[in-house]
Design a protein around this ligand. Structure first.
Ligand code: ZN
Length: 312
């Protein structure tokens, strides 16, 4: 196997937002701030801190204002927030995030279930979000969720994905993250879609966001890396999943991504030991073990010179 790999990538840890919004236990603001700062101190270059959604819809994110106000800002770290609409953007800009991220589904049914409007209506909202972003010189990125497959409509046609990416580009959005919301993408499909978008819209920076429902997240990450993508979303411990997407499993675990990338000589800038310690604290706070495989394998290396032993 030979891959054309870049020498460094940029990871965005989404556990404080995508991860915690899926948890039944609501962490207090202090614990969230410790998580975000722990990620920054471990060297994670980008952290998605919270979501400016209606707190009635998502009480887990009810302290978005407090999180962004009380954040310790490290100069090397980029702090982004999710905004569902212009109301969220107007709240978010008062807290000075480094980036606002909007989100839209590539399938109509999922967009209706997720945000109760059509894709066209979401795009009309984003136009207003772009105005707010420009007024405050805060860049706006976008997630395309269900970019590969939808729990209601099945495989999403590549043409629909390309068309939606083009529409986001027309609005002035230059950073687009393709989300495999329910973990149905496979590596060849990932490479094909990345190739198509990069050829058609070279001005778009592409990121990828894989969920591991079917154990394919690492394989898909590798496919995207081989396809030239350098922006990856992961979540500490592999927590996450959308409460509005039936069957959504955990995100690709940051520990697992960092382990694989660093073992292959791709620089993430992240200290794996620091991540593992931080994950221990998170597991305690959430009161359940975290799915990351690297976390589970910790301490189970075969000692040198004892390879004759049986390890089932
Ligand atoms: Zn996710």
């Amino acid at each position: 196997m030979s891959l054309e790999l870049v020498s460094e990538v940029s990871i965005r840890d989404v556990s404080p937002r995508d991860g915690l919004q899926a948890e039944s236990k609501v962490l207090d603001t202090r614990a969230k701030l410790d998580l975000i700062d722990g990620l920054a101190l471990a060297g994670v270059p980008r952290v998605e801190c919270t979501s400016f959604v209606n707190p009635k819809l998502l009480p887990q994110m009810g302290d978005a204002d407090a999180v962004m106000t009380e954040l310790t800002r490290r100069s090397r770290t980029h702090y982004s927030v999710l905004v569902p609409n212009v109301m969220g953007a107007e709240r978010a800009v008062t807290r000075d995030p480094d980036e606002m991220t909007v989100f839209v589904s590539a399938s109509e049914t999922h967009n209706w279930k997720n945000v109760h409007c059509s894709i066209a209506e979401s795009l009309a909202q984003f136009q207003k979000v772009m105005v707010v972003g420009r007024q405050h010189t805060i860049p706006v990125g976008a997630y395309i969720v269900t970019a590969f497959g939808c729990p209601y409509e099945g495989v999403v046609p590549e043409s629909a994905l390309l068309d939606l990416t083009y529409r986001l580009f027309e609005l002035g959005i230059r950073m687009v993250t393709l989300g495999d919301t329910v973990g149905v993408a496979q590596p060849l499909q990932v490479q094909q879609r990345i190739r198509t978008i990069r050829q058609s819209l070279p001005g778009v920076s592409l990121g990828v966001h894989f969920h591991d429902n079917r154990g394919t997240a690492l394989a898909n990450m590798l496919a995207a890396l081989d396809g030239g993508v350098t922006y990856f979303d992961t979540a500490l411990g592999g927590i996450g999943g959308s409460p509005f997407s039936p069957g959504a499993g955990g995100n690709l675990a940051t520990e697992d991504a960092v382990y694989l990338l660093e073992e292959m000589g791709v620089d993430t800038g992240i200290d794996l030991d620091a991540l593992l310690t931080l994950g221990d604290r998170l597991a305690e706070e959430l009161e359940h073990p975290l799915p990351s495989r690297v976390r589970q394998a910790r301490g189970r290396m075969v000692p040198v010179g004892r390879e004759g032993e049986l390890h089932e």
